[in-house]
Write a protein that binds this ligand. Structure first.
Ligand SMILES: [Zn+2]
Length: 377
């Protein structure tokens, strides 16, 4: 098969692929909903089996859903890890307000871009190998986790287990304007709580220690931990405090979003947040949370992998760019193990996590051909 023939194969399947994407999107599967997770995983498992490819499937049940592990074309040598997730951020019932639908070249639906259409890309790639009697250049391990959108607390060890010893990792997460992601920032989530002393705001306010006032002063110090010149951002994104108009508040808390490009920033940011001091000694501070995902840095191996993808795309006159982004994904965990990761290989679209989430139908065959050709290298 020439690259043009591979593209033509996927073009000929375009309407069936659209139907499959509609099928998976219509099975709503928000994170933390175990029954919904099982419904979508049942469907995905049956679709993988129907490809006719040489594969075995394992399901790992956790409290909030099921992780799916698929091994295809087993054999000697290092495997390629294909990573994805079956959960979405949209609560059950959202598809009544935002139905799966086609408008011109756009296919809309809840979680379609992030990343249910990416799951279908993997299924279609395996169907291609079976239909054309060809094989990927390495054994494949596919891990589809069920808690990516909420931090991958149970998915992470499974992803890391299957990432060890992988020659590369490809992720069909959303692209950014069609660009493949070769670097992602690391992420951290913290909560800072101020505990003060309550008092009647009219009778004896001087006996109180105002937790809101103290935490408000801390916001500037928190923001000062950022070092945007090297890619570290620190932002207070949620602020809560107080109970009633006439009471000096004894509790306030804020949530802090941390992003960083350099691995060693994790420790600096955490220790500086821990060292924050109150100006009112009667108020105490309590820090909760941690660095959740290490950064995915653009190593030489990542650059080489991108170059292969660019060349594969160019072989059928398709242009792809690359981009570094602030959002984390499960690719961050894999990159931390030294495995080169190419992320954002999903079908071009826009609106992840929003109601106007969509993919471009005209990009489906191109992305499927790109992922397939990459797996043949
Ligand atoms: Zn995603």
């Amino acid at each position: 098969m020439t690259p043009q023939q591979t593209l033509a194969y996927f073009r000929s399947r375009e309407s069936q692929i659209v139907d499959l994407i509609r099928g998976i999107v219509d099975i709503e599967s928000p994170s933390h909903d175990a029954a919904a997770s099982t419904r979508v995983v049942d469907w995905v498992e049956s679709q993988f089996k129907a490809t006719g490819a040489d594969l075995s499937i394992e399901r790992t049940r956790v409290e909030d859903g099921e992780h799916l592990i698929i091994k295809a074309y087993p054999g000697e040598g290092l495997h390629t890890l294909l990573l994805g997730h079956t959960d979405t951020v949209h609560p059950i019932g959202t598809n009544r307000k935002n139905p799966t639908r086609i408008e011109d070249d756009k296919l809309y639906g809840c979680g379609i871009f992030d990343m249910k259409s990416g799951v279908i890309l993997m299924i279609e790639t395996l169907r291609y190998f079976a239909a054309t009697n060809t094989q990927p250049s390495t054994p494949l391990t596919i891990v589809l986790s069920c808690d990516e959108e909420v931090g991958s607390f149970t998915g992470r060890p499974i992803i890391e287990e299957h990432a060890r010893g992988a020659v590369r990792c490809l992720i069909c997460e959303p692209s950014s304007h069609g660009c493949v992601k070769t670097a992602r920032k690391g992420t951290g989530m913290f909560t800072l709580r101020a505990h003060g002393v309550p008092a009647h705001a009219g009778l004896e306010p001087e006996k109180g220690a105002n937790a809101v006032a103290e935490l408000a002063r801390q916001v500037e110090s928190i923001h000062a931990v950022a070092r945007p010149e090297i890619g570290t951002t620190v932002n207070v994104t949620v602020f809560r405090g107080g109970t009633t108009l006439n009471v000096i508040p004894d509790l306030a808390e804020c949530e802090i979003d941390v992003r960083f490009s350099q691995a060693d920033e994790a420790e600096r940011v955490t220790s500086e947040l821990r060292r924050l001091k109150t100006t009112d000694p009667r108020v105490s501070l309590e820090l909760e949370g941690e660095i959740n995902r290490p950064p995915m840095e653009r190593s030489d191996a990542v650059a080489a992998l991108f170059e292969k993808a660019r060349a594969a795309a160019a072989s059928f006159d398709y242009d792809i760019g690359e981009i570094a982004v602030g959002g984390g994904s499960d690719g961050n965990f894999v990159a931390a193990l030294g495995v080169p990761v190419l992320d954002g290989l999903g079908i071009t679209g826009d609106g992840a996590h929003r109601m106007d989430e969509h993919i471009l139908i005209s990009d489906i065959a191109k992305r499927a051909a790109l992922v397939t050709l990459l797996l043949c290298q």
